[in-house]
Ligand binder design. Structure first.
Ligand code: PXL
Length: 266
């Protein structure tokens, strides 16, 4: 029998074009030697140009998918992405309430295409999800929306991240990709009081569809392997960078990443 892989449950929306959501998560988890399980919150018809249609699944169906996985196979880490509705967020909270550590929450609000994926009520429900998450991974617009605070300077970003940590007790990974400049800095504000910054040259590409999904799924998988959060973030960022560099260039808009090309230890 081969080595037992960490069991990773992703709770997210389906992206028909394969670049983001559940599809990006399964590719990421698999490439990082995890065992992928899914609870689908919404089905989208979308491509690199935008979201053409979306159907949100009922909260009971979301809850049952999570329970089916956890009750039988179990889980070593969970990633939460697009929840689809406030009711789904509450169903997820109920289904995960007894689940231990290693919960990564990507507070998805807007797709790379610009289409909104969360309404105001859902954002309020996000606060409940943060309360039991290990780490939340907002980009700058999401951090501003979650806190109602400006996030346009290093100091204001740090204050907003600190606010989330104080209120919800989770670590906060602020993704700086939306800021200007030739370099991208992501900063991990750890609930244990350690802060770490990760800076790399910006990869000049329009093919960024699913980067947030990929990053959060990678962090969850690496936590499931037993890594410390800071190490998980460092390696997950390198995975995303490898996938960005290997983007196949599909579609007329923001194209998908090249998960299939990123080999571990290469
Ligand atoms: O990357 C955010 C995201 C999450 N989940 C789904 C998406 C997207 C972006 O397109 O479609 C289903």
């Amino acid at each position: 029998m081969s080595k037992r892989p960490p069991r990773i449950l992703t709770i997210a929306g389906s992206d028909s074009s394969g670049g983001a959501g559940i599809q990006a998560d399964i590719k990421t988890i698999t490439m990082l030697s995890g065992y992928a399980m899914t609870a689908i919150t919404a089905i989208t018809a979308q491509n690199t140009k935008g979201v053409q249609a979306a159907e949100i699944l009922a909260p009971d169906m979301v809850r049952k998918q999570i329970a089916s996985c956890i009750d039988d196979i179990g889980e070593d880490a969970v990633k939460i992405g697009m929840v689809g509705s406030a009711a789904n967020a509450i169903a997820i909270e109920q289904a995960l309430v007894d689940t231990g550590e290693n919960i990564v929450f990507d507070p998805v609000m807007v797709a790379t295409s610009g289409a909104p994926l969360a309404d105001e009520e859902t954002r309020a429900a996000f606060r409940r999800l943060m309360a039991f998450s290990t780490v939340v991974t907002p980009n700058l617009p999401e951090l501003a929306a979650l806190t109602g605070m400006p996030c346009d300077t290093d100091d204001s970003v740090a204050a907003a991240a600190q606010y989330l940590m104080d209120r919800h007790g989770c670590s906060v990974l602020v993704k700086g990709g939306h800021a200007e400049g030739d370099q991208v800095t992501d900063t991990l504000f750890s609930s244990e009081g350690r802060h770490a910054s990760f800076t790399d040259d910006r990869i000049d590409t329009r093919h960024t569809h699913g980067t947030g999904c990929t990053l959060s799924a990678a962090i969850a998988t690496l936590l499931g392997h037993g890594l410390w959060l800071e190490d998980a973030v460092r390696i997950a960022r390198q995975f995303v960078r490898g996938a960005l560099i290997n983007a196949p260039g599909f579609g007329a808009g923001a194209g998908p990443l090249g998960h299939q090309a990123v080999r571990q230890n290469s």
